[in-house]
Design a protein around this ligand. Structure first.
Ligand code: HDE
Length: 750
């Protein structure tokens, strides 16, 4: 205290001396001027955060504690400051030697602002760079108790989650609708620590051993010389690898199927791929495969839609997810498990459960639902949450353990390692989105970006200086993670693969045989498209040979498309039974969130359009009124999409309430078809109707809308095209059609 008061007294004396003095300046130099340009924005009341983005003040949106309050991190405080808290008088002009002079190095604020900006980007993920995330909650059903003691699966237990969906091959800014595998990674912030289920929308993988992961990724990524093509597999290096490396054929077939182009993240299944080992309270183990089943059913785009959307709305899936959550149409999935006895050979009915290129058909082992995931909140800040989230298959909770699947074993190493570069150091679990909700009491210290101020002097064990703390949890009673004691040491150290992994073709054939004719046609089209984009004849021929080993019809059709002879397989085709559960078609699903367009003309039958919009909304679907111009129509109906901005690919079904004539200025190029003896129709509407028809969407029309169908060449006497006298009757029929997603029956192969 004596020292402190001496210092204070000295400071008071000094202050008295300078009080009242002007800022010293050299002779002839004017006093500091106020800025010539006034603050460009006048203070106004800030907008409140969107309802689905609000988070409690001292917590991150996931619920983990954060060090700063919401106001401190938003653009809402009163004064702009430097990062060290000094208030700024001007952030719009750099400090210069005269208003036309060179900029001065001493302008600390300028340097801080630019330096921070220069370092705003971090390395994107080496795979799964393009992603979209959302917050949600998982509720356990409680029925998993006999096989798994994880607390978050208990009946009615609510656990916050963050889910990140992604494509695999493309860069951060690539299009959402490319043909690719999708990631479906979930972080459960459980009371027992974080559990990450880092899944895909395809249940098998390209390689059986993690050591080959860089090979498949290098083959799938753009060519290293020119860095093309972006975000797709339709190129030589991909097909070179998968045709040589036949264990990749199963995953590739899934990619070529409609699973490679999902309609929405909301209509995708998810698969943990590997077999995991679960443990119950008594220490008994089981083997399980995890599945996510979407409440809205599995549904895909058509290939033409996927390509069009790539240009029209590259953020299609990201937008769809965010819009659905914002509107309160919360997407849901049930978590399910296929359960197998934990036998010494880890096989089930001849299928090696450690082989990640194999599924177990649901007909042999049904998927049993054990909980419900609901996504309820959008991100507040994409970078802080979706970009900085770090998943890791090794984030396990008591009751769930890994198996010896050689792909999973490598993943256990990779997911921590990759964050060291991407998130710059070992403290990434302190980033708010990664913070567990369970108390953390580790002895990891220091390192880049250390945010904790650890107390105590003994971050080692055993210690006596910190009272011996912290202590080991003793077992299940204390909630400790217990490694399952599995026997491992009876073998020889070797680089080899089990004989049971050698069959690369029977399950590919199983998948092919399980498809309906429409789905088979899509697969044929996809192989033909992709191989047509390869330059090397030898690669196409080699892949055709692989197709011959799967199915001669598939091979012949693709070969015809490529203009090549179809090879014959040397060995007999594998004998397998189809698994109807693999088909996406043939079921009915809720129509929640489906988008119905209503095409209107200013002079058409506008009566009842507003009622239709209400009816669609009441049924939890979305209505887009598509009109010739923005704003309102003559009867006051609000237009959501103009003919100029709307495209069929956004819609799940279309209703036509009028026959809009071509707008004189819409297309400067003469439209030949407008001169045909049919009712003249705006060419953009014609395109929309043609596309909806081609993409097997339900179409409804009444009044002059029926003339529009005729002008667009859409037949009215086929399945899935509904005409009537009243819009409400037509809507009712269209809604029924929507339950099966599309009207494949009216297509050539339907
Ligand atoms: Fe990944 N994977 N992976 N993977 N993976 C990554 O981790 C890796 C595999 C999956 O939204 C990376 O943080 C190896 C299978 C998803 O942030 C990286 C192997 C499955 C995501 C990595 C696999 C996946 C990743 C890149 C073979 C389905 C996105 C950035 C041994 C079950 C997670 C990162 C997110 C991300 C490595 C195979 C799914 C490099 C070495 C099989 C959904 O660590």
């Amino acid at each position: 205290n004596a020292v402190r008061s001496a210092v204070t007294q000295a400071a008071e004396v000094a202050l008295e001396k300078v009080a009242g003095l002007d800022t010293p300046r050299a002779p002839g130099v004017p006093a500091a001027k106020p800025p010539k340009v006034a603050e460009p924005t006048k203070p106004i009341e800030p907008l409140p955060p969107k309802p689905d983005q609000t988070g409690p003040d001292r917590r991150t949106p996931t619920g983990a504690e954060t060090l700063v309050t919401r106001d401190q991190v938003a653009q809402q405080g009163k004064f702009l400051t430097t990062s060290t808290g000094a208030r700024l008088r001007d952030t719009d002009h750099s400090l210069k030697a005269g208003d036309r002079g060179p900029t001065l190095l001493q302008d600390h604020h300028l340097r801080e602002k630019i330096t921070h900006f220069d370092h705003e980007r971090i390395p994107e993920r080496v795979v799964h760079a393009r992603g979209s995330g959302a917050h949600g909650v998982f509720v356990g059903y409680g029925n998993a108790k006999p096989i798994c003691r994880a607390g978050f699966l208990a009946r009615g237990k609510e656990t916050p989650v963050f889910v990140r969906f992604s494509t695999v091959l493309g860069s951060r800014g690539s299009a959402d609708t490319v043909r690719d595998t999708r990631g479906f990674a979930t972080k459960f912030y459980t009371d027992e620590g974080n559990f990450d289920l880092v899944a895909n929308n395809i249940p098998v993988f390209f390689v059986q051993d993690g050591i080959k992961f860089p090979d498949i990724v290098h083959a799938g990524k753009p060519h290293p010389d020119r860095e093309i093509p972006q975000a797709q597999s339709a190129h030589d290096t991909f097909w070179d690898f998968v045709s040589l490396h036949t264990e990749a054929q199963h995953h590739t077939m899934w990619n070529m199927s409609d699973r490679g182009i999902p309609r929405s993240y909301r209509t995708m299944e998810g698969f943990g791929v590997h077999t995991f080992r679960t443990v119950n309270q008594q220490g008994e183990t089981a083997l399980v495969k995890f599945h996510w089943k979407p409440k809205l059913g599995v549904h895909s785009l058509t290939w033409e839609e996927a390509q069009l959307i790539g240009g029209i709305d590259p953020d299609f899936h990201r937008r769809d997810l965010a819009d659905a959550i914002e509107s309160g149409a919360y997407p849901q999935w049930e978590l399910g498990v296929q359960v197998f006895e934990d036998t010494a050979d880890e096989t089930f009915q001849g299928i090696d459960l450690l082989d990640p290129t194999k599924i177990v058909p649901e007909e042999l082992a049904p998927v049993q639902p054990i909980g419900l995931l609901t996504l309820t909140g959008n991100t507040t800040n994409f970078f802080a949450e979706t970009e900085q989230i770090a998943f890791h298959v090794g984030n396990l909770v008591p009751g769930i353990d890994v198996t010896n699947d050689p792909l999973l074993q490598t993943r256990l190493f990779s997911y921590v390692d990759t964050q060291l570069t991407r998130l710059a150091g070992p403290n990434f679990n302190q980033i708010p989105i990664n913070r567990p909700h369970a108390p953390v009491n580790d002895m990891f210290r220091d390192g880049f970006h250390q945010h904790a101020v650890h107390a105590g002097v003994a971050p080692y064990k055993p210690n006596s200086l910190d009272g011996g703390c912290p202590f080991h949890a003793s077992g299940p009673r204390d909630g400790a993670f217990v490694d399952v004691p599995v026997r491992v040491a009876e073998s020889v150290k070797e680089r080899d693969v089990p004989v049971s992994f050698a069959d690369h073709f029977s399950q590919v054939r199983l998948f092919w045989l399980s498809m309906t004719p429409v789905e088979k046609q899509h697969i044929i089209n996809a192989y033909t498209f992709e191989l047509s984009r390869c330059y090397e004849q030898a690669i196409r021929e080699r892949q055709l040979l692989a197709l011959a080993r799967i199915d001669p019809e598939l091979c012949a059709e693709v070969a015809t498309g490529l203009g090549l002879p179809a090879p014959t397989a040397e060995e007999a085709l594998p004998v397998v039974e189809a698994s109807p559960a693999l088909s996406q078609l043939g079921q009915e699903w809720p129509t929640d969130g489906r988008i119905i367009g209503i095409v209107v003309a200013d002079d058409g039958d506008l009566d009842g359009v507003d009622d239709l919009v209400d009816a669609i909304t009441d049924h939890d679907m979305v209505a887009f009124v598509i009109g010739p111009h923005g704003g309102k129509l003559s009867n006051g109906t609000v237009v959501q999409r103009t003919f100029a901005a709307g495209r069929s690919v956004e819609l799940d079904a279309v209703l036509v309430a009028g026959c809009p004539a071509p707008a004189p200025d819409a297309f400067p190029v003469r439209d030949a078809k407008a001169d045909e003896p049919l009712a003249p129709l705006d060419p953009r509407v014609r395109l929309m109707l043609e596309e909806c028809y081609r993409h097997a969407k339900a179409i409804g029309a009444w009044g002059s809308g029926i003339e529009a169908l005729a002008a667009a060449g859409v037949p009215v006497d086929v399945t899935g095209v509904v005409t009537g006298t009243k819009g409400s009757d037509v809507l009712a029929e269209v809604e029924v059609l929507l339950r099966s997603h599309r009207v494949w029956e009216r297509t050539v192969v339907g």
